[in-house]
Design a protein around this ligand. Structure first.
Ligand code: PBG
Length: 326
C-alpha cells in the first residue's frame, strides 16, 4: 500500500450516506416572521425576496403553511404603529408580538413560539435600550428593567422561549430573575449573547423598520474583528443562566460557532441573518449559483457545531428535505 484510498467510502450514494457526518432536519429550523400592527398587509420586504411583513389578520394562513411544512418553531418580530423614546410597545401586554403569540398558540398550541426581547423595533430612536441624554449612548442599567418587563409580558402572552437580543450587560441574569419571580421559571432563555455589530443586518432593519436614527450599535454589539470576546460573553451568559446560545451572524462567523461548541455544552443556535439570506437568495434567483448552495450553507453551520438554525430559508429547506436533499 503506497497511499490511502479515501475514494472507497465515496463510491456510491448509499456508501456516502452511511458515512455522512452531518445532516439537516426540520427539527433544526426556526422560521422568523415579521408581524405588523397595521391591518390587512402582506407586503414583500424589498431587500428580502420571499419574506413578508404580515398583519395579524393575515397571520393564520402563514402559520398554517409553516406547520404544514413541518417547521416546529417560529420567532416573531414586531413592527408597531407607534414608537416612543422608552419603547413602551415592547412591553405592552397587547403589543404586536404578544398578540401574534397568543394567536399562534390558539391556532397551533404545539408550534413553539420564540419571542425576541429587544427594544429597537419599538423605540423612536431605533436603539436597543433607552438613551442617556447626557452621553447620547444607550443606558445599560436603565434599560434592564424595561427589558425584564418585555420578557415577562412575552411569557405572559404564552411564549415558549425568550430570546433576548439587546446586548446589554447583565440581561440574562436580570431576565432570568424577572421570569422566575413571575412564575415563569420553566421558560428557557435562548441568549443572543454573541451578537456582532454586523452590516449583514441591513435587510432586517428594512423589514423590522429598526435602523437607528443616530449613531450605531457598536457600543453594545461586538466588534467583528474579535474572537476571544465571544468566549467571554459565553462565560457570562452561562453563569447568568442562559439555556441556549445564539451566535449571530452565522456564515462569516463559523469559527465562533466552533469555538462555542468546543467550550460549552449548551445547545447552539446559528442565526443565518437577513444579509446572508439576501445574498444567497439573489445569487440563486439570478441563476448565478445552484439552489443546492442553500443546503450547503446550512450543513456548514451544522458542521461548525450548530444544533439549530434561525433562517429565512426554513420553508425552502423543508421542501428540499421532503425531496431527500439534506
Ligand atoms: C434586534 C435584532 C436584529 C436582528 C435580530 N434581532 C437587528 C439588529 O441588531 O439590528 C437581525 C436579524 C437579521 O439580520 O436577520 N432586535
Amino acid at each position: 500500500m503506497k497511499f490511502d484510498r479515501h475514494r472507497r467510502l465515496r463510491s456510491s450514494q448509499f456508501m456516502r450516506d452511511i458515512v455522512r457526518e452531518n445532516s439537516l432536519s426540520k427539527n433544526d429550523l426556526i422560521y422568523p416572521i415579521f408581524v405588523v400592527e397595521e391591518p390587512d398587509i402582506k407586503k414583500e420586504v424589498p431587500s428580502m425576496k420571499g419574506v413578508f411583513q404580515i398583519s395579524l389578520n393575515r397571520l393564520e394562513e402563514e402559520i398554517h403553511e409553516v406547520v404544514k411544512l413541518g417547521i416546529k418553531s417560529v420567532i416573531f418580530f414586531g413592527v408597531p404603529n407607534e414608537k416612543d423614546a422608552l419603547g413602551t410597545g415592547a412591553y405592552d401586554e397587547n403589543g404586536i408580538v404578544q398578540e401574534a403569540c397568543k394567536l399562534s398558540k390558539k391556532l397551533y398550541p404545539e408550534l413553539l413560539v420564540i419571542l425576541d426581547t429587544c427594544m429597537c423595533e419599538y423605540t423612536d430612536h431605533g436603539h436597543c435600550g433607552v438613551i442617556n441624554e447626557e452621553t447620547q449612548d444607550v443606558d445599560n442599567d436603565k434599560s434592564l428593567p424595561l427589558l425584564v418587563k418585555t420578557a415577562v409580558s412575552q411569557a405572559k402572552a404564552g411564549a415558549d422561549i425568550i430570546a433576548p437580543s439587546n446586548m446589554m450587560d447583565g440581561f440574562v441574569a436580570e431576565i432570568r430573575k424577572g421570569l422566575d419571580e413571575n412564575g415563569f421559571e420553566h421558560i428557557p432563555i435562548m441568549s443572543y449573547g454573541i451578537k456582532y455589530a454586523s452590516k449583514f443586518y441591513g435587510p432586517f432593519r428594512d423589514a423590522a423598520e429598526s435602523t437607528p436614527s443616530f449613531g450605531d450599535r457598536r457600543t453594545y454589539q461586538m466588534d467583528p474583528a474579535n474572537r476571544r470576546d465571544a468566549l467571554r460573553e459565553l462565560e457570562s451568559d452561562e453563569r447568568e443562566g442562559a439555556d441556549m446560545m445564539i451566535v449571530k451572524p452565522a456564515l462569516s462567523y463559523l469559527d465562533i460557532i466552533r469555538d462555542v461548541r468546543n467550550s460549552s455544552n449548551l445547545p447552539i443556535v446559528a442565526y443565518n441573518v437577513s444579509g446572508e439570506y439576501s445574498m444567497t437568495r439573489n445569487a440563486v434567483d439570478q441563476g448565478l449559483l445552484d439552489e443546492e448552495v442553500i443546503m450547503e450553507q446550512m450543513l456548514s453551520m451544522k458542521r461548525a457545531g450548530a444544533d439549530l438554525i434561525i433562517t429565512y430559508f426554513a420553508k425552502d429547506l423543508c421542501k428540499m428535505i421532503d425531496k431527500g436533499e439534506n
